[in-house]
Design a protein around this ligand. Sequence first.
Ligand code: ACO
Length: 374
Amino acid sequence: MADEPVQRGLQDVVALESQICFIDGKKGRLIYRGYDIRELAEHSTFEEVAYLLWYGRLPTSKHLDELRRRLGGLRELPEPVVRVLAEMPVNANPMDVLRTAVSALAVYEPAETQPGSSSIGGALRLTAVLPTILGYYHRRRAGLPPPEPNPALSHSAWILNAIRGTEGSELEIRALDVALILHADHELNASTFAARVTASTLSDLYSSVTSAIGTLKGPLHGGAAERVMELLEEVGSADRAEETIRAKLSRHERIMGFGHRVYKVEDPRATILREWSRRVGQAKGNLRYYDLLRRIEEVVHAERGLYPNVDLYSGSVYTLLNVPKDLFTPLFAASRVVGWTAHVLEEYQDLRLIRPTAQYVGLTDLSYTPIEKR
Ligand code: ACO
């Protein structure tokens, strides 16, 4: 393998076969198990999409009720994990908190962590409990009482309730539900790949999700939405967009929320979230973020021909839902956990250790010098 061309960042490398998610980067299409994301965002719920990703087919009403009932019943945190959370500094990074809590959970739930298990019990548990961890952490730092798991709420309503103490209006819940549907899976993105690499060693589901959370944290992946809101704060008003963006580009800075490894046209998730950003903004009488983002889009496209990705508009929707910006990436995790776990379960069905090779460019013929002679 010594003289094979190196595919930096594994770009365009087809690493495995999967039946979960298809991205057509040239046409801007995203498909979950055969269904176009636009149809799912229009008609389905997050729970339906979770069922689809895990089981490979849309649920009947009976299956969906059963799934909702099971998720609703798995929201409580074990007492020792609550104690782990209570020990964390209130200014800890929420993704560090999430990663640590999932890792700690594994210690107390050994039945769910059998390596190679094809049971979706662990997937349900992690999906149900991530919002509780977030809510617990956030409410504690805000000096508020801990979230009280309510099994009757939908996943999105529970997330809003766990963070804010109230699930809010139908529009708010639906806006979050659509955002979660759009984030639930995305083929072999970096965090899903990390989860599959971990699973491919026949490690367990909780370890795989812990790897994925650490990978999602980076600003080139899940951390971009938060940076977009920082950009909006920096730009301030639409008339300053051109000057600010041009200055950044001339300093070779990346504009967060633009560009994608796979999409060569607009990310279909950005198209849907743009509309939701407008819809929620209008309902709340605040179109400032939407207008500013539209202007930034025009400038970035004119200057570099780049298209928005999913992260450009998600932060504006979350901000309008009163979710603090350091919880955007954890929210992403609370949705993508479905994709991670679906991929891990698929990995176990067709297991092959993921272990690429490197092109060695170092030295080979040095002779050892005793330490006293160096
Ligand atoms: N701002 C400015 N220039 C950009 C951007 C951007 N957001 N994205 C790509 N470019 C430029 C690069 O500078 C590069 O230019 P060059 O060839 O003159 O050096 C060219 O476009 C190609 O960029 P690459 O880095 O090779 O593209 P890659 O496929 O590796 O990058 C990535 C994809 C990491 C998403 C990139 O577009 C980026 O950094 N975007 C900003 C971060 C972001 O929004 N991330 C969220 C992605 S979606 C998600 O993970 C959920």
